[in-house]
Design a protein around this ligand. Structure first.
Ligand code: DAH
Length: 336
């Protein structure tokens, strides 16, 4: 019994905040070779009359050890849990993922910047247009196939999603007197099947220059400047005669395909050349239709395909990538 009393005192006085010491305390009393087992072993040597008290004494002692151990362990864990919750102010902050400008926006801006350098200002028009600005004011005859339901998304009779950015030309002429120099970026819509080369939504940048004595030579100089600024001095270009209702004469401009280096691929349809713009001298009819005297003024217009330009600059093989918003694709433009 004296041993029991001695141990009880030891247990009650034991203090520690160290896990190792707390564990040592546990095994000293409760372990397989611990003091309590030794005491239980003693029972057989105790005179029968005292056994009951002795047994109760050990049980009580065991209870005390268990409680003490649980209390020490809980205190230790509480202390350490608190430590874990204290923020580490020296820890580097989590990286906030940076957004990226969309490649089409990057190139649209670049295109506008090229023309801003030579005195053009930005003008914009609505995505939902009326038939007059999209077609009529641009000299499209009433039966022109581009007005057909197959190409144009109609909102209401006479109201449509613009099929090109050329209606901005009409709006600018309507509201301004020459000299006019504008660059008009925008989204356009056509009822076309979606493939690697074509989409029902795409982007154009329209150029309009009107003044006295503007000639085709001015147009060519401007195109030349644009290609050098955008693609570098080594890119080859070719102009092919073409037809647009709002220009006369008209041309389309191709650049040598950089994706296959002129060898031929799915983007240039194997020809080594990609069409990136239409252009021409503004048809005198268009000037008259929009209140500008064709006897006094002349001008040129250009319509650049932004997707085609972007594909050439970034060697993007499939136009659909521009519309799917796949973060793995867009993230590659983070630094631009
Ligand atoms: N609007 C034409 C199209 O979408 C492109 C175009 C051609 C624009 C010639 C022009 C131009 O300004 O002069 O197909």
């Amino acid at each position: 019994m004296t041993n029991i009393e001695k141990f009880r005192e030891e247990i009650e006085q034991f203090r520690s905040e160290k896990l190792e010491e707390i564990e040592q305390f546990r095994s000293k009393f409760l372990g397989k070779k611990g003091l309590l087992i030794a005491l239980f072993d003693e029972i057989k040597n105790i005179p029968p009359a005292e056994r009951k008290d002795f047994g109760q004494g050990i049980n009580h002692l065991k209870q005390t050890v268990l409680e003490k151990y649980a209390a020490l362990k809980a205190a230790y864990e509480a202390a350490h849990a608190e430590q874990r919750e204290t923020p580490d102010l020296t820890r580097p902050a989590n990286r906030i993922p940076l957004g990226a400008r969309h490649p089409i926006s990057i190139v649209t801006r670049q295109l506008c910047d090229v023309f801003k350098k030579i005195g053009y200002t930005v003008a914009e028009g609505p995505d939902i247009e009326d038939d007059w600005h999209n077609f009529g004011a641009l000299n499209f005859p009433p039966e022109h196939p581009a007005r057909d339901m197959q190409d144009t998304f109609f909102v209401d009779p006479g109201v449509l999603l613009r099929t090109h950015t050329s209606p901005v030309q009409a709006r600018v002429m309507e509201a301004n007197r020459p000299p006019i120099r504008v660059v008009c970026p925008g989204r356009v819509f056509r009822n076309e099947a979606i493939t690697a080369r074509a989409h029902c939504i795409f982007h154009q940048v329209e150029i309009l220059c009107i003044d006295e004595h503007i000639s085709f030579a001015d147009l060519k100089q401007t195109l030349d400047f644009f290609v050098r600024e955008m693609f570098g001095k080594d890119r080859r270009i070719r102009l092919r005669p073409s037809y647009f209702p709002f220009t006369e004469p008209s041309a389309e401009m191709d650049i040598s395909c950089d994706i296959c280096n002129g060898k031929g691929c799915n983007i240039c349809k194997g020809s080594g050349w990609v069409e990136i713009l239409g252009c021409g001298m503004v048809d005198p009819n268009v000037l008259s239709l929009n209140g500008i005297d064709p006897e006094k003024y002349s001008g040129f217009a250009i319509g650049i395909g932004v997707e085609r330009t972007t594909q050439q600059l970034y060697k993007t093989k499939d136009i659909r990538l521009f519309f799917e918003n796949d973060i793995r694709f867009l993230g590659q433009f983070e630094a631009l």
